[in-house]
Design a protein around this ligand. Structure first.
Ligand SMILES: [Zn+2]
Length: 281
């Protein structure tokens, strides 16, 4: 089988309270939101998406911010409130996306259009992962776990806005395999090469993506199961959590997977130390 190529791309940045990524198990949602916190303490973190060129398909993992958040490539308060459809979400996380960094713009640079994508995999439906969906709505199939769709409906007042996937053809899937911390996963091709592994806690239907070659070597994209390498090294859970017990269990699993000798790279979506690069697997 040909090698698998993984492009680690950044589609702008997100500005959050330090408690959101690194609040730990005693942090509550209000503290993590940073609404009453000091603005000068906030952190700018990257928002990653991943393009996987697999012999069987071209796959995009997450979409990042929409260009309409930052029409001129700079921070734009009113555009953000409009794009997110929520003043509260704007208060929790601001974004900026420089010119050329939106996902459709980066695909173009790689000689691709959204319609060339066989799959878009949504690790979960938070704004910094799903707000850019309309930019890639022509992809052949856009997958999200049924658990995450239920979670988004349950928390639609505050956290999730269905406008991000309005006019987008989402396909829900149910777990069909048993890998991971809660023994729920989805084997995309039925050959174990792309496994979507439920890591609940931060969101109910959140999944990590494990990309494995024929030699058993793998790359783990653990999305928001942790916010940086130090999250699993020091067992620091994020402040935004729907289930603290599962969040810790998921992070323990991420730690175990990341320390495995077959793991070539283990990447958090918002790790400030990760720079865009390409992995050959
Ligand atoms: Zn995120």
């Amino acid at each position: 089988m040909d090698k698998i190529k993984i492009h680690v791309l950044h589609t702008g940045e997100v500005c959050v309270s330090p408690d959101l990524p690194f609040g730990g198990e005693h942090c509550n949602l209000v503290k993590a939101s940073g609404i009453f916190g000091k603005r000068e303490e906030r952190l700018w973190l990257p928002v990653s998406v991943y393009l996987i060129e697999h012999p069987k398909a071209k796959i995009l993992v997450d979409c990042g911010w929409n260009r309409d958040m930052s029409p001129n490539g700079t921070f734009d308060k009113s555009a953000q409130i409009k794009s997110l459809g929520s003043r509260l979400l704007y208060l929790v996380n601001q974004g900026r996306i420089e010119k050329g960094a939106a996902i459709d713009e980066q695909l173009n640079k790689l000689g691709l259009k959204a319609s060339d994508l066989d799959y878009v995999l949504l690790t979960h439906l938070d704004c910094d992962h799903a707000n850019g969906l309309s930019l890639v709505k022509d992809a052949k199939k856009i997958l999200v776990s049924s658990d995450e769709v239920v979670c988004a409906k349950k928390h639609s007042l505050v956290r999730y806005k269905s406008k991000w996937w309005k006019d987008v053809n989402l396909t829900e899937f149910k777990w069909n395999d048993t890998e991971g911390p809660v023994e729920q996963s989805y084997d995309l091709f039925g050959d174990g090469s792309i496994e979507l592994i439920n890591i609940p806690g931060h969101a109910d239907g959140l999944f990590a993506v494990k990309i494995k070659n024929e030699q058993g070597k793998y790359v783990l994209l653990f999305s928001d199961g942790g916010y940086a390498e130090k999250s699993w090294k020091k067992m620091i859970t994020s402040g935004i959590s729907l289930d603290k017990k599962n969040q810790k269990k998921s992070l323990e699993w991420i730690r175990e997977q990341s320390m495995d000798k077959n793991c070539l790279e283990s990447l958090a979506n918002h790790d400030p130390d990760v720079i865009p690069h390409t992995i050959l697997l």
